[in-house]
Design a protein. Structure first.
Length: 137
């Protein structure tokens, strides 16, 4: 005979505070929590955007380091958007979201790399400008 028949806290198939959670698993939360997260994400986004404009316009950063500072701030901005607005976490229920994001990044990379490759080959195979001008006469 099983102990589950006499267990007052019989397994119901839903998660409660007594059961284990998977890493990244999000428990049910109140609406206030979602509003707080959205406002926190908005605050981080505004701060990073203002920091980007400041880094581009201020002369406190060494000139050649400005592009690297902007790249770092842009990557941080992408991280904020992924976590706070797209809700990409490490939970098992986010596998499809992460795969869709990875596929989108792959497609964008292939399009950009292919375009640069095609333009480089076009530039290599193009007739020199002086010969092109002689043909036009």
């Amino acid at each position: 005979m099983s102990n589950l028949e006499f267990d007052p806290h019989e397994y119901t198939g839903t998660l409660d505070k007594r059961e284990d959670h998977a890493p990244g698993d999000v428990a049910e939360e109140s609406a206030g929590h979602w509003v707080l997260n959205a406002n926190l994400g908005l605050g981080f986004s505004v701060v990073l955007t203002v920091a980007s404009f400041w880094a581009a316009g201020a002369h406190w950063i060494w000139g050649p380091a400005v592009p690297m500072a902007l790249i770092v701030l842009a990557i941080a901005q992408m991280g904020v958007h992924l976590v706070y607005f797209l809700h990409i976490t490490t939970g098992p229920d986010n596998t499809n979201n992460v795969l869709a994001l990875a596929y989108g990044v792959l497609v964008v990379f292939l399009i950009l790399a292919g375009s640069v490759w095609i333009m480089a080959h076009l530039a290599d195979n193009m007739m020199p400008m002086d010969k092109l001008m002689d043909m036009a006469r």
